[in-house]
Write a protein that binds this ligand. Structure first.
Ligand SMILES: NC(=O)c1ccc[n+]([C@@H]2O[C@H](COP(=O)([O-])OP(=O)(O)OC[C@H]3O[C@@H](n4cnc5c(N)ncnc54)[C@H](O)[C@@H]3O)[C@@H](O)[C@H]2O)c1
Length: 373
């Protein structure tokens, strides 16, 4: 199969969908790889590295789309790319269709096959192509929080781990899923006192088995949260209720109970945030302060570390991409139920119920395409 990798053109997107190591795997398996000139630059991968791996560098985005039978990307195509997408072409990338109608309609019109990273879902309901970005964001949340706790940056001036003879900082983590667990590892590793609040007892049992002694778990409810926030230095929001807006576990009135210089990092901001006063910020202007409490609410945290994020993402996507190249999308989706769940639009039909419902578009069950050639 011919695999094409365009350069990401969405504002501030420095990741790339394939590393030179990934290109080599495709070539080893008898496929051809075409990479747009400087596509890997933002993540630190030079054109020569792709060429050494056996890929061909193409001069333009037009030539790249033109050549690929499967186009691998990171972000959804933006308007200037819509016309470049062909009937029957396979697109493997994040789409987040339900959040943007023009994209959905453009992909229906293109008659391409759209396999969305974010809905690739295993039978146990885990989302293997979202996990790596949650891992990055969870670890970064503590790095950012520790930084902003410094006085010159607006924090209360406490070192996360303290030093002998002083108490360490207290870190509250709301939600003990992927983001929360990674944040807890980082904060506890730096010596902080960590409390994870969750509503799932099985999850808390697991966490108390695997976490070090300076991490405790507690049931997430308003009573416990109100009791804990006056002594917290860093609060990390990491809640997710699939398919719903995050609940506001920290309300505006609670800010008054916090010590000035407390830092809030709301990672769940992309789902509306679990802190009422949170609104999305950017890497250019990541923070703001309300009632003396510093808020960090960047909606695409992994974008700040494109090298790590690209490697983490492609570690997860590559095995699926190799299978798609080997068997073609139809057979690969029959063999791997998680890939089947990733199919959103096929040849002009919306095959993902939630997307069809959101925009009142006709829905065609994916089985129609998997059972007919
Ligand atoms: N800002 C970013 O750059 C960025 C990057 C990656 C992920 N995220 C977001 O981070 C959030 C967390 O993602 P995740 O992968 O860890 O999800 P996850 O499903 O692994 O974990 C969510 C956890 O929240 C818990 N929870 C649900 N309701 C709760 C409540 N009322 N109180 C406490 N805990 C509760 C669940 O039991 C679960 O353990 C999501 O909104 C995700 O989109 C943001």
């Amino acid at each position: 199969m011919r695999i094409a990798v365009p350069k990401e053109i969405k504002n501030n997107e420095n990741r790339v969908a394939l590393t030179p190591a990934g290109a080599k795997e495709f070539v080893k398996n008898g496929h051809e790889v075409f990479v747009q000139k400087s596509a890997g630059e933002g993540s630190g991968f030079k054109d020569e590295a792709y060429e050494t791996a056996g890929a061909t560098i193409l001069p333009s985005i037009e030539a790249t789309y033109e050549t690929g039978e499967m186009v691998m990307k990171v972000k959804e195509p933006i308007a200037s790319e819509y016309e470049l997408i062909r009937e029957d072409q396979l697109l493997f990338t994040y789409f987040h269709f339900a959040s943007y109608e023009p994209l959905t309609r453009a992909m229906v019109k293109s008659k391409a096959v759209c396999l969305a990273y974010e809905t690739v879902e295993k039978p146990d309901s885990s989302l293997p192509l979202l996990v790596p970005m949650s891992e990055v964001a969870g670890r970064m949340a503590v790095q950012k929080g520790a930084n902003y706790l410094e006085k010159p940056l607006g924090g209360r001036g406490i070192l996360l781990g303290g030093v002998p003879g002083t108490l360490p900082a207290k870190v509250l983590i709301l939600g003990g899923g992927i983001v929360g667990t990674q944040a807890a590892w980082m904060a506890s590793g730096l010596g902080a006192d960590v409390i994870i609040l969750d509503v799932s007892l099985p999850r808390m049992r697991y966490l108390s088995d695997v976490m070090p002694k300076n991490v405790k778990t507690m049931m997430s409810n308003e009573y416990n949260i109100r009791n804990l926030i006056p002594t917290a230095d860093l609060i990390i929001g990491a809640v997710l209720i699939p398919g719903a807006k995050a609940p506001h576990l920290i309300t505006k009135d609670m800010l008054k109970e916090m010590v000035p210089g407390t830092v809030l990092v709301d990672v769940a901001v992309d789902q509306g945030g679990c802190i009422e006063t949170c609104k999305p910020t950017t890497h250019e202007k990541p923070t703001y302060t309300i009632e003396g409490v510093l808020h960090y609410c960047v909606a695409n945290m992994p974008g700040a570390v494109p090298y790590t994020s690209t490697l983490a993402l492609t570690n997860a996507t590559l095995p699926y991409a190799l299978e798609l190249a080997k068997s073609g999308w139809r057979d690969a989706c029959i063999r791997y139920p998680e890939l089947k769940a990733g199919l959103n639009i096929i040849k002009g039909d919306v095959v993902y119920q939630a997307v069809a419902n959101t925009f009142n578009l006709p829905y065609v069950p994916v089985s129609y395409y998997l059972n007919h050639n």
